[in-house]
Design a protein around this ligand. Sequence first.
Ligand SMILES: C[S@@+](CC[C@H](N)C(=O)[O-])C[C@H]1O[C@@H](n2cnc3c(N)ncnc32)[C@H](O)[C@@H]1O
Length: 245
Amino acid sequence: MTQAKVSQANVPQASLTQASLTQTKKKDSAASWRHYNFTTAGPVDDYLYSMLPKRDEVLAEMEDYATEHKVPIVGPAVARVLQQLAIMINARTVFELGSAIGYSTIWWAQAVGDKGRVIYTDGDRKNTERARGYFARAGVSNRITLHTGDALEFLSEQKQEFDIIFNDVDKEDYPRVLRLVAPRLRKGGLFITDNVLWSGRVAEKNPADARTKAILEFNRKLYDAKEFYTTLLPIRDGLAVALKK
Ligand SMILES: C[S@@+](CC[C@H](N)C(=O)[O-])C[C@H]1O[C@@H](n2cnc3c(N)ncnc32)[C@H](O)[C@@H]1O
């Protein structure tokens, strides 16, 4: 999709009716990728999702597949924020750590335009093959480079500076990702990370779980890093947006 088409598609279609809200509740709130009632009270969450424009056929099919197979995709509310941020900084290059079936990758690919480049990474070859099929059907294959293997290792080999680096790998690796990012991001670029509220577990008093501890360490260090200006958006499972100064 070109950038012009992105902006057209993003215009809200119709005002919310009680019927559409009820329908949204029934159909979608059980989707595996929703964090219903965690960061936003259930009815408000339903309202936010009911406002989203209808996705195209491929993205809608991926959302259904993710729900059926419990693939932890970002879902359309966060994906739209990602795409909006990419458009706002006129991003042309995106490096994604942890791409799974390629759902968030397609949103990036639509944002970067025909001359843009998105690097897909995932450790699971089956995910890569499924993603490849979706990219072809979505008409964005020419904008995406697929890499199967360790995303952190691949990022560490990169010599170029990206406009956006998106982090969605295993949570224990978040502190290590942070150490790799700054030299590979342009000034004015964005380092974006999903799941930074970890279903609210970041607010526990003494969390024992290694993933929660890693996210807490990551969030603290990201806020303290002098290279970044960071905010933490409480959408879905929490999205950290860090601007490279
Ligand atoms: C949360 S899912 C990614 C979802 C995707 N960003 C989306 O929203 O559509 C995380 C994925 O990261 C992959 N993964 C986790 N750690 C990884 C690593 N170190 N290197 C490559 N892939 C990794 C997993 O295989 C999994 O498919």
